[in-house]
Design a protein around this ligand. Structure first.
Ligand code: ZN
Ligand code: ZN
Length: 116
């Protein structure tokens, strides 16, 4: 007699996530793509890519949240913060395909050829 069907409910904690519902929540409101380096505005907890919101406040002089318009004050950068928990959540739900391979093989060898 073999009873292979041993179910351990404690271990099989699988959560069914409807990606169509979740994805918009994890998408950047600026570039409308899945967030990279999730960053939140501490005042309103809206989330963006780090690059998007950083660019927004530095390059474009944004002083308010692009989503809800909350005023970020004179130092907007102090109101944005990397949200690593959020980022981990995104990476868990949407495992990144390893496209971005950081190749550090390019070593720029500076050969000083002193030819007079
Ligand atoms: Zn973005
Ligand atoms: Zn906001």
């Amino acid at each position: 007699m073999k009873s292979n069907e041993r179910k351990t409910p404690a271990e099989e904690m699988s959560v069914v996530v409807d990606l169509r519902v979740v994805k918009p929540l994890l998408s950047c409101q600026i570039c409308s793509k899945l967030m990279k380096q999730a960053t939140s505005i501490t005042l309103c907890l809206d989330h963006f890519c780090w690059e998007c919101i950083y660019d927004y406040v530095t390059e474009h002089g944004g002083q308010s949240c692009p989503v809800c318009g909350v005023y970020l004050g004179s130092r907007p950068l102090s109101k944005i913060r990397r949200d690593q928990q959020y980022e981990r959540l995104i990476n868990t739900i949407f495992p990144q395909e390893k496209k971005e391979v950081e190749m550090e093989s390019k070593t720029s060898d500076v050969s000083s050829s002193s030819s007079a």
